[in-house]
Design a protein around this ligand. Structure first.
Ligand code: UDP
Length: 236
């Protein structure tokens, strides 16, 4: 049984096709991809969703807000996204549990590691909401930290917006950019490549946790990444 953590940015739930913060057809697409990959069996999946489509702590700080308060708003954004994803995945008949790092009994279970592992063993998709519950982090770090905690085999970072892995420079600015099929954490750090937050990168490195960066919006790609196919870039 392979156990994986999928990190989705909040913006992956939005779409340029609509003005909605959460685009129903995009969420439905992601849920379909998750449910069909899970139906192949042999797989335990936890998802960490960001909140950047709703709020980012750094944005409030720039506007003069207290950073910790602003980060709490960001964490609440991740809860909203988690509930949207839960609803969509369950509409495909796949059981899910949202586990929150912040207590909110009527909305989600509290995060308890042993309970999360039990849900995974029962085939439920576990959605980790509210990041780590601490300000001054983005959801990249909890994706890595929860993965280590539940002893996942790999972190899958699903990208959107057409960038399908790790490049030597930004492919949206430089058409000649080259995608790495595999790169070390040391090289990502030395070249300052924008893969995930550096805190998450160094956490993965220190804890021997592999990371695959791939385009989650390409149909079938999530299934391939979950099967261990060489999509996108492997960082290890
Ligand atoms: N956040 C936080 N602690 C965490 C995770 C998230 O304070 O452990 C806050 C932070 O303000 C962050 C926001 O939640 O900007 C939304 O998460 P993120 O920026 O990672 O969203 P994404 O870019 O993945 O959509």
């Amino acid at each position: 049984m392979r156990r994986m953590v999928l990190k989705l940015s909040g913006e992956a739930l939005a779409s340029s096709a609509s003005d909605e913060t959460i685009d129903a057809s995009t969420v439905h697409f992601l849920a379909t991809e998750i449910a069909s990959a899970m139906s192949e069996g042999d797989l335990e999946l936890a998802v960490v969703v960001g909140g950047g489509n709703i709020w980012r702590g750094a944005k409030g700080e720039l506007a003069g807000m207290n950073r910790a308060s602003s980060d709490l708003m960001g964490m609440l954004g991740t809860v909203i996204n988690s509930l949207a994803l839960q609803d969509a995945i369950e509409s495909h008949g796949r059981a899910t549990r949202v586990m929150s790092a912040l207590e909110m009994d009527q909305i989600a279970e509290p995060y308890i590691r042993r309970r999360a592992v039990r849900h995974l063993e029962k085939g439920r998709v576990v959605i980790f909401a509210a990041g780590m519950g601490n300000p001054y982090f983005t959801t990249d770090t909890p994706a890595a930290q929860r993965a280590a905690e539940i002893e996942a085999d790999i972190v899958l970072k699903g990208t959107h917006g057409g960038v399908d892995g790790v490049y030597d420079c930004d492919p949206r600015q430089f058409p000649g950019a080259t995608r790495y099929e595999r790169i070390s954490f040391d090289d990502v750090i030395a070249k300052n490549l924008r893969v995930m937050d550096m805190t998450a990168i160094t956490f993965c490195k220190d804890n021997d946790l592999a990371l695959r960066v791939f385009d989650v919006m390409a149909p079938g790609n999530l299934g391939r990444a979950l099967r261990g196919d060489a999509v996108g870039t492997l960082v290890d």
